[in-house]
Design a protein around this ligand. Structure first.
Ligand code: FE
Ligand code: FE
Ligand code: ZN
Length: 304
Protein backbone atom coordinates (compact mmCIF):
# COMPACT_ATOMS: atom_id res chain seq x y z
CA UNK A 1 0.00 0.00 0.00
CA UNK A 2 1.28 3.45 -0.91
CA UNK A 3 0.64 5.65 2.11
CA UNK A 4 2.20 8.93 3.11
CA UNK A 5 1.36 12.48 4.05
CA UNK A 6 1.77 16.05 3.09
CA UNK A 7 5.32 17.17 3.99
CA UNK A 8 7.13 20.50 3.99
CA UNK A 9 9.89 21.63 1.65
CA UNK A 10 12.23 24.31 2.88
CA UNK A 11 15.80 25.55 3.00
CA UNK A 12 18.47 24.23 3.33
CA UNK A 13 17.65 20.66 2.28
CA UNK A 14 14.51 21.29 0.22
CA UNK A 15 13.28 18.13 -1.52
CA UNK A 16 15.90 15.97 0.20
CA UNK A 17 14.50 17.23 3.51
CA UNK A 18 10.98 16.34 2.36
CA UNK A 19 12.11 12.78 1.61
CA UNK A 20 13.73 12.48 5.04
CA UNK A 21 10.58 13.82 6.69
CA UNK A 22 8.45 11.23 4.86
CA UNK A 23 10.81 8.45 5.91
CA UNK A 24 10.57 9.59 9.55
CA UNK A 25 6.82 8.91 9.30
CA UNK A 26 7.55 5.45 7.84
CA UNK A 27 5.73 6.56 4.72
CA UNK A 28 6.51 5.18 1.26
CA UNK A 29 5.26 8.24 -0.62
CA UNK A 30 4.44 11.89 0.10
CA UNK A 31 2.94 15.09 -1.28
CA UNK A 32 4.48 18.57 -1.24
CA UNK A 33 4.12 22.08 -2.64
CA UNK A 34 7.04 23.31 -4.73
CA UNK A 35 6.71 26.66 -2.88
CA UNK A 36 4.27 28.35 -0.50
CA UNK A 37 0.72 27.45 -1.66
CA UNK A 38 -0.57 31.01 -1.10
CA UNK A 39 2.06 32.96 -3.06
CA UNK A 40 4.05 32.87 -6.28
CA UNK A 41 7.56 33.04 -4.82
CA UNK A 42 9.44 29.97 -6.04
CA UNK A 43 12.98 28.83 -5.32
CA UNK A 44 14.80 27.93 -8.54
CA UNK A 45 14.48 24.18 -9.19
CA UNK A 46 18.28 23.90 -9.45
CA UNK A 47 18.47 24.60 -5.73
CA UNK A 48 15.91 22.01 -4.63
CA UNK A 49 18.43 19.12 -4.31
CA UNK A 50 16.53 17.00 -6.79
CA UNK A 51 19.39 14.60 -7.60
CA UNK A 52 20.10 14.00 -3.92
CA UNK A 53 16.39 13.47 -3.25
CA UNK A 54 16.01 11.00 -6.12
CA UNK A 55 19.07 9.08 -4.87
CA UNK A 56 17.68 9.03 -1.33
CA UNK A 57 14.32 7.72 -2.55
CA UNK A 58 16.04 4.92 -4.49
CA UNK A 59 18.06 3.90 -1.46
CA UNK A 60 14.87 3.68 0.58
CA UNK A 61 12.80 1.88 -2.00
CA UNK A 62 10.54 4.81 -2.80
CA UNK A 63 9.75 6.05 -6.29
CA UNK A 64 9.66 9.64 -7.43
CA UNK A 65 6.72 8.85 -9.78
CA UNK A 66 4.64 8.07 -6.68
CA UNK A 67 5.47 11.42 -5.12
CA UNK A 68 2.68 13.96 -5.59
CA UNK A 69 2.89 17.71 -6.17
CA UNK A 70 0.00 19.95 -5.10
CA UNK A 71 -0.54 23.10 -7.19
CA UNK A 72 -0.85 26.46 -5.38
CA UNK A 73 -4.31 27.59 -4.22
CA UNK A 74 -4.03 30.85 -6.12
CA UNK A 75 -4.78 29.13 -9.41
CA UNK A 76 -8.41 29.58 -10.41
CA UNK A 77 -9.08 28.33 -13.92
CA UNK A 78 -12.82 28.67 -13.21
CA UNK A 79 -12.55 32.46 -13.09
CA UNK A 80 -14.71 33.82 -15.94
CA UNK A 81 -14.95 37.36 -14.57
CA UNK A 82 -11.39 38.59 -14.68
CA UNK A 83 -9.36 37.55 -17.70
CA UNK A 84 -6.16 38.92 -16.22
CA UNK A 85 -6.52 36.58 -13.24
CA UNK A 86 -7.40 33.70 -15.53
CA UNK A 87 -4.25 34.30 -17.58
CA UNK A 88 -2.22 34.56 -14.38
CA UNK A 89 -3.68 31.21 -13.28
CA UNK A 90 -2.60 29.66 -16.58
CA UNK A 91 0.92 31.04 -16.18
CA UNK A 92 1.17 29.79 -12.60
CA UNK A 93 -0.07 26.37 -13.61
CA UNK A 94 2.42 26.24 -16.49
CA UNK A 95 5.31 27.07 -14.13
CA UNK A 96 4.12 24.44 -11.69
CA UNK A 97 3.89 21.78 -14.41
CA UNK A 98 7.43 22.57 -15.56
CA UNK A 99 8.71 22.33 -11.98
CA UNK A 100 6.86 19.07 -11.38
CA UNK A 101 8.31 17.47 -14.52
CA UNK A 102 11.85 18.71 -13.76
CA UNK A 103 11.63 17.16 -10.29
CA UNK A 104 10.60 13.86 -11.90
CA UNK A 105 7.04 13.68 -10.62
CA UNK A 106 4.09 12.83 -12.79
CA UNK A 107 1.00 13.81 -10.81
CA UNK A 108 -0.04 17.37 -10.08
CA UNK A 109 -3.12 17.83 -7.86
CA UNK A 110 -5.21 20.86 -8.78
CA UNK A 111 -8.25 22.47 -7.16
CA UNK A 112 -10.65 23.10 -10.03
CA UNK A 113 -11.44 26.55 -8.63
CA UNK A 114 -14.41 28.75 -7.84
CA UNK A 115 -17.10 30.00 -10.20
CA UNK A 116 -17.47 33.26 -8.20
CA UNK A 117 -20.64 34.93 -9.48
CA UNK A 118 -20.61 33.17 -12.84
CA UNK A 119 -22.71 30.26 -14.01
CA UNK A 120 -21.14 26.96 -12.88
CA UNK A 121 -21.42 25.48 -16.34
CA UNK A 122 -19.53 28.36 -17.87
CA UNK A 123 -16.89 28.11 -15.13
CA UNK A 124 -16.44 24.42 -15.85
CA UNK A 125 -15.87 25.24 -19.53
CA UNK A 126 -13.16 27.72 -18.60
CA UNK A 127 -11.41 25.00 -16.61
CA UNK A 128 -11.62 22.61 -19.55
CA UNK A 129 -10.23 25.21 -21.92
CA UNK A 130 -7.31 26.00 -19.62
CA UNK A 131 -6.52 22.36 -18.98
CA UNK A 132 -6.56 21.58 -22.70
CA UNK A 133 -4.06 24.37 -23.30
CA UNK A 134 -1.56 23.15 -20.73
CA UNK A 135 -1.95 19.41 -21.32
CA UNK A 136 -1.47 19.87 -25.06
CA UNK A 137 1.78 21.68 -24.35
CA UNK A 138 2.94 19.21 -21.64
CA UNK A 139 1.61 15.74 -22.52
CA UNK A 140 3.74 14.04 -19.83
CA UNK A 141 1.99 15.60 -16.86
CA UNK A 142 -1.17 14.10 -15.35
CA UNK A 143 -3.33 16.76 -13.73
CA UNK A 144 -5.48 15.34 -10.95
CA UNK A 145 -8.62 17.35 -10.34
CA UNK A 146 -9.42 17.33 -6.63
CA UNK A 147 -12.96 16.72 -5.38
CA UNK A 148 -14.03 19.83 -3.44
CA UNK A 149 -16.13 20.33 -0.29
CA UNK A 150 -18.45 23.01 -1.66
CA UNK A 151 -17.36 26.07 0.30
CA UNK A 152 -18.38 29.32 -1.35
CA UNK A 153 -18.69 28.84 -5.10
CA UNK A 154 -16.22 25.96 -5.49
CA UNK A 155 -16.75 23.72 -8.49
CA UNK A 156 -15.96 20.00 -8.63
CA UNK A 157 -18.22 19.22 -5.69
CA UNK A 158 -20.00 16.25 -7.28
CA UNK A 159 -18.79 13.29 -9.30
CA UNK A 160 -20.93 14.64 -12.15
CA UNK A 161 -19.08 17.97 -12.22
CA UNK A 162 -15.70 16.22 -12.10
CA UNK A 163 -16.83 13.96 -14.94
CA UNK A 164 -17.94 16.96 -16.96
CA UNK A 165 -14.45 18.48 -16.67
CA UNK A 166 -12.68 15.21 -17.48
CA UNK A 167 -14.86 14.57 -20.52
CA UNK A 168 -13.75 17.84 -22.07
CA UNK A 169 -10.04 16.99 -22.00
CA UNK A 170 -8.58 15.98 -25.35
CA UNK A 171 -5.65 13.98 -24.07
CA UNK A 172 -7.24 11.53 -21.63
CA UNK A 173 -3.83 10.34 -20.33
CA UNK A 174 -3.22 13.85 -18.99
CA UNK A 175 -6.19 13.92 -16.65
CA UNK A 176 -7.28 12.09 -13.52
CA UNK A 177 -8.89 12.58 -10.12
CA UNK A 178 -7.71 13.12 -6.56
CA UNK A 179 -10.48 12.12 -4.16
CA UNK A 180 -10.37 13.90 -0.79
CA UNK A 181 -12.39 11.99 1.83
CA UNK A 182 -13.02 15.10 3.98
CA UNK A 183 -14.17 17.06 0.94
CA UNK A 184 -16.58 14.44 -0.42
CA UNK A 185 -18.01 13.89 3.08
CA UNK A 186 -18.53 17.63 3.47
CA UNK A 187 -20.04 17.73 -0.02
CA UNK A 188 -22.64 15.16 1.07
CA UNK A 189 -21.24 11.72 0.10
CA UNK A 190 -21.58 8.93 2.64
CA UNK A 191 -18.20 7.25 3.26
CA UNK A 192 -19.74 4.74 5.66
CA UNK A 193 -21.35 3.13 2.61
CA UNK A 194 -18.12 2.55 0.79
CA UNK A 195 -19.29 -0.05 -1.73
CA UNK A 196 -22.15 2.19 -2.85
CA UNK A 197 -19.80 5.18 -3.00
CA UNK A 198 -17.18 3.42 -5.12
CA UNK A 199 -19.82 2.01 -7.43
CA UNK A 200 -21.18 5.50 -7.93
CA UNK A 201 -17.70 6.85 -8.60
CA UNK A 202 -17.00 4.04 -11.04
CA UNK A 203 -20.28 4.51 -12.91
CA UNK A 204 -19.93 8.26 -13.24
CA UNK A 205 -16.17 8.86 -13.58
CA UNK A 206 -14.50 5.44 -13.69
CA UNK A 207 -12.17 4.14 -10.98
CA UNK A 208 -9.31 3.99 -13.51
CA UNK A 209 -9.26 7.80 -13.42
CA UNK A 210 -8.70 7.81 -9.66
CA UNK A 211 -4.95 8.04 -8.92
CA UNK A 212 -4.64 9.69 -5.52
CA UNK A 213 -6.81 9.82 -2.40
CA UNK A 214 -6.39 12.46 0.28
CA UNK A 215 -7.26 10.62 3.46
CA UNK A 216 -8.67 13.00 6.05
CA UNK A 217 -11.31 12.86 8.73
CA UNK A 218 -13.70 15.85 8.91
CA UNK A 219 -14.61 18.21 11.74
CA UNK A 220 -18.07 18.72 10.24
CA UNK A 221 -21.15 16.72 9.39
CA UNK A 222 -21.81 15.09 6.04
CA UNK A 223 -23.13 17.76 3.68
CA UNK A 224 -21.92 20.74 5.75
CA UNK A 225 -19.80 22.13 2.87
CA UNK A 226 -17.10 23.35 5.30
CA UNK A 227 -13.72 21.70 4.52
CA UNK A 228 -12.06 21.42 7.92
CA UNK A 229 -9.82 18.38 8.22
CA UNK A 230 -9.60 16.29 11.42
CA UNK A 231 -7.16 13.60 12.57
CA UNK A 232 -7.95 10.05 11.49
CA UNK A 233 -10.63 8.67 13.82
CA UNK A 234 -11.13 12.00 15.56
CA UNK A 235 -13.78 13.45 13.28
CA UNK A 236 -17.23 12.79 11.87
CA UNK A 237 -16.16 10.15 9.34
CA UNK A 238 -14.48 7.97 11.94
CA UNK A 239 -11.66 5.44 11.99
CA UNK A 240 -13.61 2.40 10.79
CA UNK A 241 -14.88 4.07 7.61
CA UNK A 242 -11.47 5.55 6.74
CA UNK A 243 -9.71 2.27 7.48
CA UNK A 244 -12.20 0.36 5.31
CA UNK A 245 -11.64 2.94 2.58
CA UNK A 246 -7.87 2.62 2.49
CA UNK A 247 -7.98 -1.19 2.65
CA UNK A 248 -10.73 -1.55 0.05
CA UNK A 249 -9.77 -4.13 -2.61
CA UNK A 250 -10.76 -1.76 -5.44
CA UNK A 251 -8.35 0.91 -4.19
CA UNK A 252 -5.14 -1.04 -3.73
CA UNK A 253 -3.39 0.61 -6.69
CA UNK A 254 -4.12 4.15 -5.45
CA UNK A 255 -1.76 6.52 -3.61
CA UNK A 256 -3.02 7.67 -0.19
CA UNK A 257 -1.95 10.99 1.30
CA UNK A 258 -2.82 12.27 4.79
CA UNK A 259 -3.52 15.99 5.11
CA UNK A 260 -4.66 15.88 8.71
CA UNK A 261 -3.85 18.77 11.08
CA UNK A 262 -0.77 18.90 13.27
CA UNK A 263 -1.59 18.37 16.93
CA UNK A 264 -1.25 21.47 19.13
CA UNK A 265 -0.20 21.43 22.77
CA UNK A 266 -0.53 24.40 25.11
CA UNK A 267 2.48 25.00 27.28
CA UNK A 268 2.56 27.57 30.08
CA UNK A 269 2.81 30.62 27.87
CA UNK A 270 3.24 29.20 24.40
CA UNK A 271 1.96 26.61 22.01
CA UNK A 272 3.76 23.88 20.10
CA UNK A 273 2.46 21.55 17.44
CA UNK A 274 3.74 18.27 16.05
CA UNK A 275 2.85 16.21 12.97
CA UNK A 276 0.63 13.17 13.69
CA UNK A 277 1.52 11.28 10.51
CA UNK A 278 3.89 8.63 11.87
CA UNK A 279 1.18 7.45 14.25
CA UNK A 280 -1.77 7.82 11.86
CA UNK A 281 0.12 5.76 9.28
CA UNK A 282 0.83 3.13 11.90
CA UNK A 283 -2.80 2.83 12.99
CA UNK A 284 -4.06 2.63 9.41
CA UNK A 285 -1.54 -0.09 8.54
CA UNK A 286 -2.32 -2.05 11.72
CA UNK A 287 -6.04 -1.37 11.21
CA UNK A 288 -6.29 -0.43 14.86
CA UNK A 289 -7.47 2.89 16.26
CA UNK A 290 -5.16 4.62 18.74
CA UNK A 291 -7.29 6.47 21.34
CA UNK A 292 -4.10 8.04 22.78
CA UNK A 293 -2.78 9.60 19.60
CA UNK A 294 -2.17 12.96 21.32
CA UNK A 295 0.01 11.41 24.03
CA UNK A 296 1.95 9.22 21.64
CA UNK A 297 2.77 12.14 19.35
CA UNK A 298 3.80 14.28 22.33
CA UNK A 299 6.04 11.59 23.84
CA UNK A 300 7.67 10.79 20.50
CA UNK A 301 8.64 14.41 19.76
CA UNK A 302 9.94 15.00 23.30
CA UNK A 303 12.67 12.46 22.70
CA UNK A 304 13.58 13.80 19.22
FE1 FE B 1 -6.10 20.14 -2.02
FE1 FE C 1 -7.08 17.57 -0.15
ZN1 ZN D 1 -9.41 20.43 2.35
Amino acid sequence: MLLGSHVGMSSPEYLLGSCKEALSYQANTFMFYTGAPQNTIRTNVNQLKIKEAQQFLKEHDMHIENVIVHAPYLINLANCEDDEKYQLSLRLLTTEIERTLTIGCKYLVLHPGSALKADRNLAIHHVIEGLNQVTTKYPNITILIETMAGKGSEIGISFEEIKQMISGIKNQNSIGVCLDTCHIHDAGYDIQNIDVLLEQFDNIIGLDKLKVCHLNDSKNLCGDKKDRHANIGYGQIGFDALCAFIHHPLLQDKIFILETPWISYSLENSKVSYPPYRFEIEMLRKQQFDPNLMNHVWNYYQTK
